[in-house]
Design a protein around this ligand. Sequence first.
Ligand code: LMR
Length: 328
Amino acid sequence: MRKLTAGLFMAAAMMTATVASAADPIVVKFSHVVAENTPKGQLANKFRDLVNERLAGKVLVEVYPSSQLYGDNKVLEAMLLGDVQIAGPSLSKFSKYTKKLQVFDLPFLFKDLAAVDKFQQGPVGQKLLMSMKKKGIIGLGYNHGGMKQLSANKPLRTPADAEGLKFRIMTSDILSAQFEAVGATPLKKPFSEVFTLLQTKAIDGQENHWPNIYSKKFFEVQDYVTQSDHGVLDYLIVTSTEFWDSLPDDIRTEMKKAMDEAIAFGNKVAYDQAIEVRKKVEASGRTKVIDLTPEERAQWVEAMKPVWAKFEGEIGKDIIDAAVASNM
Ligand code: LMR
């Protein structure tokens, strides 16, 4: 009897172990490059909190900010290999997988974030979410970072002021062409290196949205920031088809719902920070913020807009036209 009890006990213990491992939560690593107090950083943390509460014990989301795990140039490969499950690179960093998303890099295409919203939520924007499906990447939604501003160690009021300067850019041929159009030298560098490049004066300037200029302290090593709003720096929150399809239906549905809520939250942060953060930068007294007159802005438009024609073939005229129409 004792033997039998011991045997039963062992069998029960083994069963418990099996059940415990079968019930281990699905670990979801969300890797990004920005600070936690930015729109994307806030989105990631919100997603983590919602999922970890609603799917407690079933899914465990871990967020790795500030390039702790991967830089944006490596994260997509890591995601396709299954080392990361969710990422949110800027829309400028997908050209290896699709040329269509390059539309977001065209200078002076969107007049403001509301126009970007309209395009992203419209039929063409929604179709673009799946433009990399054949490559194993699914877009779960767009997240606003904000409109881009120019910073440098000299005042940039007209395109002539940028001539001969070195600007760090993201890995985008359109951004390269955009700076070449004003006689500047573009350098493709990872986000994690921008502060040091500016601090050591290896580069003269950069373009980014206010939340990044503030949270990564670029304004402390740049004498001027021009509110140029010359382009948009938004994100595509992505996962791999393999991972997404492997999820049980109920979990996938719940995670998508949490992502939609987190995106709405992150987008609100982007709208708010575009105004608040500029004020904080100005109040710091560490840099001077320049507003362009309509005449000065028109010169930038004239210099940079010819870039559109060069990329129309790669992106598709229908996509560009739909983006233009979102300004009305
Ligand atoms: C950059 O590289 O400047 C940005 O894309 C970083 C980011 O993700 O906001």
